[in-house]
Design a protein around this ligand. Structure first.
Ligand SMILES: [Mg+2]
Length: 326
């Protein structure tokens, strides 16, 4: 057995997927039970030097994030996660202990979310890369889509926006203006860094929005960038109010100027919150849902006839989506 097998074995053992999950890994292919609903499947990669740097990341966090970004896509569809497949690319010098730490971060989120790790593969690569495929289940015909927004619907966002981007700025530019302004508030700084390293997929919210939301997307590239996908798929315009964007105390401290703050909230990527639209009559149900989940849900705009995303209250500067480490 070559060292590659030992690496994937160490990863899988540390990930210790849900014992009641479908069979696998261990055979040539995983055997999955036929579900009652429809299956949502998605794949995403987390790559060293593009999505994270080894120097500023713990391997447990990389394992967590590789699964979290995929689960976030299932959340956006309103699907419940069932299984995951992992393809690992590992550089020379990657040790068994490293594979265990990667697996431990992946496994903690897998167990918490009811995701069974059903198979894996490993190859040599110039840098560490995890490509994760996840499958989830949703009732037939009920998956949330990007194409369902209609004029008159309200636009909503979960949680707070811009924190993950702020966390990256704090990690990458220790002498930067954000780091200087947060020097006296280490707890706020840690919160933002945590959101960058360990995003929380909004699975319970996504599942609860089935039958409530008219469209949904997860916020991976930044609010405006991702909202454009909804506008295009639905053939409508989204009017967003920069003054209504939900922000954390960390963002307020890092960007004292309101317009700069709104721009940070509108352009920051990797928050993995959900953006969704719903008919105006659903507002009370959404506020009840917010209370039940203990998750802030904020009305940030409206859907109207037209095209594109229109953001008020951020000054004249253009708001760009977030290009990972670019
Ligand atoms: Mg997505």
């Amino acid at each position: 057995m070559g060292p590659e097998f030992q690496l994937i074995d160490a990863f899988v053992a540390a990930a210790a997927a849900s014992p009641r999950g479908p069979r696998g890994p261990g055979d040539d292919a995983a055997v999955l039970p036929r579900g009652r609903g429809e299956i949502c499947v998605t794949v995403d990669a987390v790559v060293e030097g593009v999505h994270f740097r080894r120097a500023s990341s713990r391997l447990e966090d990389v394992g967590h994030k590789a699964l979290a970004v995929n689960l976030s896509d299932l959340a956006a569809m309103g699907a419940r996660p069932r299984w995951a497949l992992v393809a690992l690319g590992v550089p020379r010098g990657f040790r068994i202990a490293d594979a265990r730490r990667l697996g431990a971060g992946f496994g903690a989120l897998a167990r918490q979310s009811g995701t069974a790790l059903v198979g894996g593969n490993v190859t040599r690569a110039p840098g560490l890369a995890l490509t994760v495929t996840v499958g989830g289940e949703v009732a037939p015909g009920r998956a949330l889509r990007r194409s369902g927004a209609r004029p008159g619907d309200r636009v909503w966002a979960s949680g707070t926006l811009g924190d993950a981007r702020l966390g990256l700025a704090l990690l990458e530019r220790r002498g930067g203006p954000e780091a200087r302004r947060l020097r006296g508030a280490p707890r706020l700084a840690r919160m933002a860094i945590e959101r960058q390293r360990r995003p929380v997929p909004r699975l319970a919210l996504g599942a609860a929005l089935v039958g409530v939301a008219s469209s949904c997307i997860d916020l991976s590239d930044g609010l405006v960038q991702d909202a454009r996908h909804v506008a295009a798929a639905s053939g409508v315009a989204l009017d967003l109010d920069g003054g209504l964007l939900p922000v954390s105390r960390a963002l307020v401290a890092a960007y004292p100027d309101g317009r700069a703050r709104a721009r940070a909230a509108a352009s920051g990527g990797e928050d993995y919150e959900l953006l969704f639209t719903a008919p105006a009559g659903r507002e009370a149900a959404i506020r009840r849902l917010s209370g039940r989940l203990g998750l802030e849900l904020t009305r940030i705009g409206e859907v109207r006839r037209g095209r594109g995303v229109h953001l008020r209250g951020t000054g004249t500067a253009r708001v760009h989506g977030f290009d990972h480490l670019a």
